[in-house]
Design a protein around this ligand. Structure first.
Ligand code: NI
Ligand code: MN
Length: 227
């Protein structure tokens, strides 16, 4: 069994019986975060999808507190290694098996400068497999038709975590199409209503996914869903 815990914005903790991985740990400065960086004691890895501050967030602090391995693209991995963290560099299209599970990075259509404008490679999505459950975290992205290929080559996906907040990423209607292309067992919205600029109604999204024949659920910050 794999547990998905939502910490607000795009931050998810994915845990199996013996392992736990954090994705995009933006907690400090995130008005929706249910925990702070000090909450994490034992963590295998921190996956960072791209360089923007609302995704790199507290990765350095949490990595240093827990000894967790940062897993990201080559540029972001080197950025954190220069800060004294342990990191494993990968890139789009590459997969690697770690003690906690398997990581495969996918494309995402977005930017990836760092918190201070550093060029940090290309943005990514990730298919994380733990305990035979496959979870796709789209990162920040617009809609793209190759989501179908991501599902075809890496699926069937048990869960898809999709941004719906519009402005910087897909809005609701594009994300509904994304859910259709991915065909995951369950689709959960993220990256909405953290700030006014990305305000969105997650129930509108899940209603539209279900009307389109999919299965979707809203997980509130601090909430979780077991696959
Ligand atoms: Ni971004
Ligand atoms: Mn973002």
């Amino acid at each position: 069994m794999v547990k998905l815990q939502f910490h607000g914005h795009s931050c998810w903790q994915v845990s199996s019986a013996n392992h736990s991985v954090l994705i995009d740990p933006f907690l400090t400065g995130n008005p929706l975060a249910d925990v702070g960086p000090e909450a994490f004691k034992e963590l295998d890895a921190i996956i960072v999808t791209h360089g923007h501050g609302d995704h790199t967030g507290d990765a350095e602090t949490i990595a240093k507190n827990t000894g967790a391995l940062i897993v990201s693209n080559f540029e972001i991995a080197n950025y954190f290694i220069a800060k004294g963290c342990e990191a494993h560099p990968m890139h789009i299209g590459g997969g690697h098996t770690f003690p906690f599970g398997h990581v495969k990075f996918t494309i995402a259509h977005h930017g990836s400068t760092g918190p201070d404008g550093e060029p940090l490679g290309n943005p990514m999505g990730v298919v994380l497999t733990m305990d035979r459950q496959k979870v796709y975290h789209a990162g920040d992205t617009g809609l793209f038709y190759d989501m179908k290929l991501i599902a075809e080559m890496n699926g069937p996906l048990d869960a898809a975590l999709l941004p719906i907040g519009d402005n910087f990423t897909m809005g609701i209607d594009d994300a509904v199409k994304a859910a259709e292309l991915l065909g995951a067992g369950l689709t959960i919205p993220m990256h909405y209503s953290t700030f006014d600029l990305i305000a969105a109604d997650p129930e509108e999204f899940t209603g539209k996914v279900e009307a389109n024949g999919g299965k979707a659920a809203v997980v509130a910050p601090g909430g979780s869903y077991s696959l």
